[in-house]
Each structure stands twice: as C-alpha cells, then as structure tokens.
Design a protein around this ligand. Structure first.
Ligand code: FES
Length: 106
C-alpha cells in the first residue's frame, strides 16, 4: 500500500448543505458530512452489516444507519448506538480553494 496523500474530493459548494453527501473516489466510497463541527469524511459503509450510511439520517453531529439504526459520531467515528460496535473509519480532510481534499492511500 502506498503512503496516504491529499486527493481532491469535491467542491465545497457541491455538498448537500447541513447533510451527508456520497462521493466515490477510486476504490473508496466516502460519506462527506457538512456538520456543526465542519466538514468530516468517513467510509460510507456501516461497520455493522455494510449499509450505505449516505442514505441515513444526519442530524449535524451523528449519522443513523438506514438499515438497523446504529448511530455513529461523524467527527470521531465512534459507534454511539447498537447494533454497531466497531467505529467508522474516518479520513483526514481539509478545504483548499473551495475544494475538499482527503488524505487517502492511492
Ligand atoms: S447495517 Fe448499519 S446498523 Fe446494521
């Protein structure tokens, strides 16, 4: 695996405001959150049984899985409610010139 490096993800103004946006980048399917703490990025698959979290309910801080209603903190990735116990993988992100970049292995 190559070292992680910053990759262009999406324009800031292309995000669903105050919501979660699905973005595919290479082999990664990511969830980009426009939350109360700013932008954060996680893997889009629920750690319980793989549902797409981008179809879930986002309240600005946590995402609820649409399949069995597990809850994840969208900044730390911590599982907040069963049935999920494993945290979401979060990716470091930054905004440059109106674009969101994410630190990912190529
Ligand atoms: S697949 Fe997400 S809680 Fe089961």
């Amino acid at each position: 695996m190559t070292e992680p490096h910053w990759q262009d993800l999406i324009a800031l103004d292309a995000l669903e405001p105050d919501d979660v946006t699905a973005v595919a980048l290479g082999r990664h399917r990511l969830a980009v959150y426009d939350g109360t703490a700013g932008i954060s990025v996680s893997e889009a698959r629920c750690t319980h049984a793989g549902a797409d979290l981008c179809d879930g309910y986002f309240d600005g801080k946590a995402i609820e899985c649409p399949l069995h209603q597990a809850l994840f903190d969208c900044v730390s990735g911590r599982a907040l409610a069963a049935p999920a116990v494993k945290p979401l993988k979060m990716y470091q992100s930054r905004v440059r010139d109106g674009r969101i970049e994410v630190l990912l292995p190529k």
